[in-house]
Design a binder for this molecule. Structure first.
Ligand code: C2E
Ligand code: MG
Ligand code: MG
Ligand code: MG
Length: 291
């Protein structure tokens, strides 16, 4: 895997595309081929417990190792995939890779949860849950180690479907998270209708938390709501020790962000996970470099 390792240092190409652009059209035409050729690679970002920074799980974040354009961030191509029927096969591919990675870590004595992002369209795929069950059993991965993230806006887009499918997913034993919480224009009280384990507070509420008392007020009420609804909270996008400290003081138990670690290639994150067995390795904040 030397060629792959060299690619780790590549600058991520991360910019949203105008849907009429030539690049958009060209990438759309290459989707099927990219899937067949395994050009989609999962990077993993640590989820940690506060205040120690112990890794409790990871989130799988897809990148496209494009043969000509280098490493593409999901912002460049996820919309294209979501607007195509390839989304179902794509998500199954991501799920399978994440389950296989979870199994590889289990084999090394590392027991952590692995989260996968779903597109709202995936909830309408009747083959998704059977596929999930098949992959869990095929790779002997406990369902409780797999977490499924759905954005708040995606969930609200089709609340009826979410209310039907979430309990089915919970029955399989996987964990559920509402991603980017707070950005979906839905009432806070909507979460009571959703049978989920985790709420992920969107990064936009964290950015100014050390300077803007209004963001502190919003976070406080989200935390209170989640405690009362018996849901765990993860704060997204922590970039500084000051942000981590405030969140801990406010009672937030879990966090994710560049301060604790960027999304990393499996070859980069695995040594961090296996360093102290059992998993209690302190994450040293990763400043620059691999992403
Ligand atoms: P998300 O699920 O909310 O993932 C978090 C995004 O925030 C990731 O961007 C991550 O790299 C970035 N991030 C994490 N910590 C920090 C931080 O401290 N500061 C800043 N500025 N950013 C941080 P990424 O990897 O570019 O992914 C963007 C979005 O693409 C994801 O947002 C998710 O909605 C979507 N996505 C990624 N992988 C998949 C996938 O396999 N399937 C689907 N359907 N969507 C995916
Ligand atoms: Mg996510
Ligand atoms: Mg998010
Ligand atoms: Mg997002």
């Amino acid at each position: 895997y030397h060629a792959k390792e060299l690619r780790l240092g590549y600058q991520l190409f991360d910019q949203t595309l105008n849907s009429k652009s030539a690049l958009w059209v060209s990438l759309r035409g290459q989707l099927n081929n990219a899937l067949q050729q395994n050009q989609f690679v999962l990077f993993y970002q640590p989820k940690v417990s506060l205040p120690q920074g112990t890794i409790v799980g990871v989130e799988a974040l897809v990148r496209w190792e494009h043969p000509e354009k280098g490493l593409l961030a999901p912002g460049v191509f996820i919309d294209i995939i979501e607007q195509s029927t390839v989304i179902h096969e794509f998500t199954r591919y991501v799920l399978k890779q994440a389950i296989i990675q979870c199994r590889l870590w289990l084999n090394q004595g590392v027991r952590i949860s692995v989260a996968v992002n779903l597109s709202p369209y995936n909830l309408r795929d009747d083959e998704f849950i059977p596929y999930l069950k098949e992959q869990l059993s095929c790779h002997q991965v406990p369902a409780e180690l797999i977490e499924i993230e759905l954005t708040e806006s995606g969930t609200m887009l089709d609340l009826n479907v979410a209310q039907r499918v979430f309990p089915e997913l919970r029955a399989v034993g996987v964990k559920l998270s509402i991603d980017d919480f707070g950005t979906g224009m839905s009432s806070l009280a909507y979460v009571k209708k959703l049978d989920v384990n985790f709420i992920k507070i969107d990064r936009s509420f964290i950015t100014n938390i050390t300077t803007d008392y209004r963001d502190v007020a919003v976070i406080k009420s989200m935390l209170l709501l989640c405690v009362n609804l018996n849901k765990e909270v993860i704060a997204e996008g922590i970039e500084t020790s000051e942000q981590a400290e405030i969140l801990h003081e406010l009672g937030c138990k879990f966090a994710q962000g560049y301060y604790f670690g960027k999304p990393m290639h499996p070859l980069v994150i695995t040594p961090l996970l296996t360093k102290d067995l059992p998993v209690s390795a302190k994450v040293t904040p990763i400043k620059e470099g691999y992403s």
